[in-house]
Design a protein around this ligand. Structure first.
Ligand code: NAP
Length: 438
């Protein structure tokens, strides 16, 4: 019998477990650890609450979770309850599927001002992540600035622009629903340092901005490159640019009917956040794009900002003694191999790119590598103690493990507490989750 420990119960973790089952069937035991008492990582706390169909993929992970050879080991923090070294003693392979939970920094003056947040914190707040549930952003001002032109920026702008009715059927947490639907925000500026041809937004997600009840997207026609140049774009981006062109064609009387404006500010490189105590504006340098790169023009202007959300990407949390690529913000690895017996997968391996589905081939290809290493004798010839060894250690340490069956009780309590039409009302604090599990 072989034993694999996977750290992180998000998409990368569960697809890797699924692949291990396919590879070895009954000859494998997989323990999926999570620091939280609840599974699914980004599916629960990253994917937008109004994108329930994407969250539906957790049903597939549940199938994997409910098999005898895969176990959820929740409420166990690596580095606090148990070290990576100890896990390596117990398991034949240890896989880091820890994602990229930390915000990249803008690295500009004023970043420390009040009401400036990274997207991990802000998204975590409206999705009820225990670490960020207490964020309490002040949304009473008129102007919000969202920095970055990726799908996370779109999520954040859309969530700030929606009305209470538009959250029907979502699992946005109550504290965020109240704050967002009573906010004073009238202008949301999505700020990108490059142009319309360099956006990272996918067409379906961008198109949603055109269908909001009380908000309309505004694109300045003069920012759009000549239409003939769209032909050179990769098809997905070309479709996204088509949406930008249709936003630029929205007539003024339609804008006038909608009190909230979501404005695209292209060629806008934020160079400082300004204000006293709280942020009040973003200082921007106008750019030109040359060979795909943003070059400053020396022209500066100011954009009013009562709240700023930087959606500029994420970094993996380093772990002591695990080689880390500082520049890329992820574990140093060769196709998922970090050190003998220690692997990474998903965002922890490749950085924060791709969709949920990208993690499936990632997980399957990592299991192929682990199988190669096993066959080559690199992981020893006989299996290690695995879950029995962990259970013995957990009981001597008094670690309060939350099992998948416990999670089902938490889930039941969240479903029972749901608002009308909502799938669940999430617990946002760990103690409450554990009480529900017991
Ligand atoms: P992203 O797609 O990499 O976009 C990051 C954006 O931040 C880019 O526009 C980038 O501009 C900008 N940026 C980076 N550093 C900056 C700086 N210092 N100043 C100004 N702008 C800066 O990342 P993301 O939006 O965080 O998304 C992460 C991944 O999750 C992506 O693969 C995304 O597609 C995926 N995701 C998918 C969905 C969905 O499918 N519904 C939803 C959310 C997220 P430059 O290009 O100029 O660097």
């Amino acid at each position: 019998m072989r034993h694999i420990a996977i750290i992180g119960s998000g998409p990368a973790g569960y697809y890797t477990a699924e692949a291990a089952q396919k590879q070895w069937g009954d000859d494998i035991r997989v323990d999926i650890f999570d620091a939280l008492p609840v599974p699914y990582g980004l599916i629960r706390t990253g994917v937008a609450p109004d994108h329930q169909s994407i969250k539906g993929v957790s049903r597939r992970y549940e199938k994997t979770a409910l098999t005898d050879n895969v176990r959820f080991v929740g409420n166990v923090a690596i580095g606090k309850d148990i070290t990576i070294g100890e896990l390596q003693e117990l398991y034949d392979a240890v896989v880091l599927a820890t994602g990229a939970p930390n915000d990249r920094q803008l690295g500009i003056p004023g970043e420390e001002l009040g009401n400036v947040f990274g997207s991990a914190a802000f998204v975590g707040w409206y999705n009820g992540h225990p670490q960020f549930a207490g964020l309490a952003p002040d949304l009473s001002g008129k102007h919000a600035v969202v920095i970055g032109m990726g799908n996370v920026a779109l999520d954040v702008a859309r969530i700030m622009a929606k009305t209470a009715e538009e959250f029907a059927g979502s699992d946005i947490v109550g504290h965020a629903l109240d704050a967002l639907t009573s906010s004073g925000i009238e202008q949301i500026t999505i700020m990108g340092r490059r142009g319309p041809h360099q956006i990272m937004m996918t067409p379906k997600e961008l198109g949603e901005l055109g269908h909001l009840n009380t908000a309309s997207p505004r694109v300045d026609k003069s920012d759009l490159p000549d239409e003939t140049e769209d032909a050179f774009l990769e098809p997905g981006i070309r479709k996204s640019v088509t949406h930008l062109r249709s936003f630029a064609a929205i007539p003024e009387d339609i804008h006038a009917e909608k009190p909230v404006e979501v404005e695209f500010d292209f060629y806008a490189n934020p160079v400082a956040l300004e204000g006293e105590g709280n942020v009040s504006s973003v200082k921007v340098e106008r750019t030109e794009v040359e060979k795909g790169r943003a070059i400053g023009t020396g022209e500066f202007y100011s954009v009013p900002a009562d709240v700023v959300i930087a959606c500029i990407g994420y970094r993996t949390s380093p772990i002591p003694d695990v080689p880390f690529d500082e520049r890329a913000g992820r574990f140093a690895n060769d196709e998922g191999r970090i050190l003998t017996g220690l692997y990474c997968v998903g965002w922890a391996r490749r950085g924060p790119s791709g969709t949920i589905g990208t993690n499936r081939p990632d997980g399957y290809s990592l299991i192929e590598k682990i199988a190669e290493d096993m066959d080559a004798g690199l992981l020893g010839r006989i299996g290690k103690a695995g879950r029995e060894g962990f259970d013995a250690l957990a009981s001597t340490r008094g670690i309060d493990v939350v099992t998948f069956q416990d999670w089902k009780k938490i889930e039941e309590a969240e479903t029972a507490a749901a608002r009308d039409g909502a799938p669940r009302e999430k617990f946002t604090d760990i103690e409450a989750m554990i009480r529900a599990a017991n």
